[in-house]
Design a protein around this ligand. Structure first.
Ligand SMILES: [Zn+2]
Length: 219
């Protein structure tokens, strides 16, 4: 059984790295952001709360996050372990987490704010089918138009310079104390999140004493 926490600012590739690790090791990938997005899309009561918060450029409240994680872990469908993304967000949650589960490692993806800005502000979303684009990595064939459905690409309402500055400040204020708690227990491995996906994954495996990552052929 392997239990990991992954911590990184948005745009650091947390989702991608967790996904690769989860697929290979049969871990359940618990992404708090995805759970919230699902609720927004399906217009649940929780979703409405989340939508209001994100429109204001703020992070979703700690109590909401905690409830979602607790419910998810209580399902106990993680036979080989889990990798949790988007939790804990503050000292209290970190302490609760350490008391409730013995974790095997905290993966900290480190990305400078300047690089976060560059990556996040290049994100676009199709107004028709909802497909994600990043102009740095996957530009559409015709500028400003979705390859799949031809609709106009737009910027998410929370991907503005101002909203991002608020999120970055909140991220550091909340994350630094959490990292400090995990560091005291010597759980934290900090990995540089600037290189290519495969290289970052390789670093994570090495630091966690896991079998090396074999990228699929052709990638
Ligand atoms: Zn589209």
């Amino acid at each position: 059984m392997r239990k990991y926490v992954i911590i990184g600012v948005q745009g650091s590739g947390k989702g991608t790295q967790s996904g690769l690790l989860a697929a290979d090791l049969d871990l359940v990938h618990i992404a708090v952001g995805d759970i919230f997005r699902w609720n927004v899309q399906h217009h649940t009561k929780l979703g409405a709360q989340v939508r209001r918060t994100m429109a204001a450029g703020l992070l979703v409240g700690d109590d909401l996050v905690e409830g979602v994680v607790r419910d998810r872990l209580a399902e106990h469908d993680w036979n080989y372990g889990f990798i949790i993304d988007g939790f804990p967000r503050n000292e209290r949650q970190a302490e609760f987490f350490l008391e409730s589960y013995d974790i095997d490692g905290v993966i900290h993806l480190d990305l400078p704010d300047t690089e976060v800005r560059r990556r996040v502000l290049a994100r676009r979303l199709c107004s028709g089918c909802g497909m994600d684009y990043n102009l740095l990595a996957s530009s559409p064939h015709s500028p400003g138009q979705c390859d799949v459905c031809g609709a106009t690409l737009i910027t998410r309402e929370d991907d503005t310079e101002d909203a991002l500055a608020v999120r970055l400040r909140e991220y550091h204020e909340k994350t630094n104390p959490v990292l400090a708690i995990f560091r005291r227990k010597e759980y934290v491995l900090t990995v540089d999140a600037t290189p290519a996906v495969a290289e970052i994954q390789q670093q994570i495996r090495k630091r966690l004493d896991l079998p090396a990552y074999r990228p699929p052929p052709g990638s």
